[in-house]
Ligand binder design. Structure first.
Ligand code: GLN
Length: 259
């Protein structure tokens, strides 16, 4: 009897170990499965109009915007179905590194720190940080923010800009939440990317954009790919270059900025 119990315990231990290994290999397996299933999975944070937002009828499922249309075309040209995984902006590069997604398209600024962790495609859009303030605000340049209540979005380049300037700020998880703070008079200024700022100012009464080209240098958006996946990076670069040269990206920007 004792022997049988021992054997049983051993069997249980084996099964558990196998299951554990299977669970650990999960993410990599997922990436392989995607390849086999002819799927290209893009990670994004659908809180960044006009680049990515949730809509009733998106270009990929419920996801719409400039980036989503680019992702769709990349999928089409590679003969794959483009799928979107929507997650927090802060989690995107980790998801890319552990194989949960194949690429990240999220209005993401190419910067040296991020480029240590992932590879970036050729740039596809030029933007800059701007300040959104109430129409009657006295803020006219970045240094005017010194004694004001500043709001940024967590993990965005706007946060690093304000941090580098040495000003105190509060960070919100979503651009829409930051704008509500401003609209409700709970802060004086929101620092965020230009095209998104234009969208928010268009959608909310009583706000204006203040630019300061000396304080905020221009930024370029790129698609991020796992450092190991150089083949996909080359394919994406080729498609993006074509879409830039034939005017597709300009058309998409115009279309989604007007909406
Ligand atoms: N361009 C900014 C950045 O890369 C914001 C991007 C975003 O919110 N999607 O940090």
């Amino acid at each position: 009897m004792k022997k049988m119990m021992k054997k049983f315990a051993l069997a249980v231990a084996c099964v558990t170990t196998v299951a554990m290994f299977a669970a650990c290999g999960g993410k990599e397996d997922e990436a392989k499965n995607n390849e086999q299933a002819n799927v290209i999975k893009f990670g994004t944070n659908a809180e960044f109009p006009p680049f990515e937002f949730v809509a009733a009828n998106g270009v990929i499922d419920q996801y719409d915007g400039i980036d989503m249309a680019i992702a769709k075309q990349i999928g089409d040209e590679l003969g794959k179905t483009a799928q979107i995984e929507n997650m927090e902006f802060d989690s995107l590069l980790l998801a890319l590194q552990n194989g949960q997604v194949d690429a990240v398209i999220a209005g993401m600024t190419i910067d040296p720190e991020r480029a240590e962790e992932v590879n970036f495609s050729v740039p596809y859009y030029t933007a800059k940080q701007v300040m959104i303030v109430k129409e009657d605000s006295t803020i006219a340049k970045a240094t005017d923010m010194a004694d004001k209540k500043i709001v940024v979005i967590q993990g965005y380049t706007g946060e690093s800009c304000v941090k580098d300037m040495g000003y105190a700020y509060e960070a919100f998880k979503k651009g829409s939440e930051a704008i509500m703070e401003l609209v409700n008079g709970k802060c004086d200024v929101v620092v965020i990317d230009s095209a998104t700022a234009q969208k928010y100012v268009g959608d909310n009464e009583g706000l204006k954009i203040v630019e300061d080209a000396e304080a905020f240098s221009s930024e370029e958006y790129g698609i991020a790919v796992n450092k190991k996946n150089t083949e996909l990076l080359e394919q994406i670069n080729e498609i993006l270059t074509k879409m830039k040269n034939d005017g597709t990206i300009n058309e998409l920007s115009a279309k989604y900025s007007e909406q």
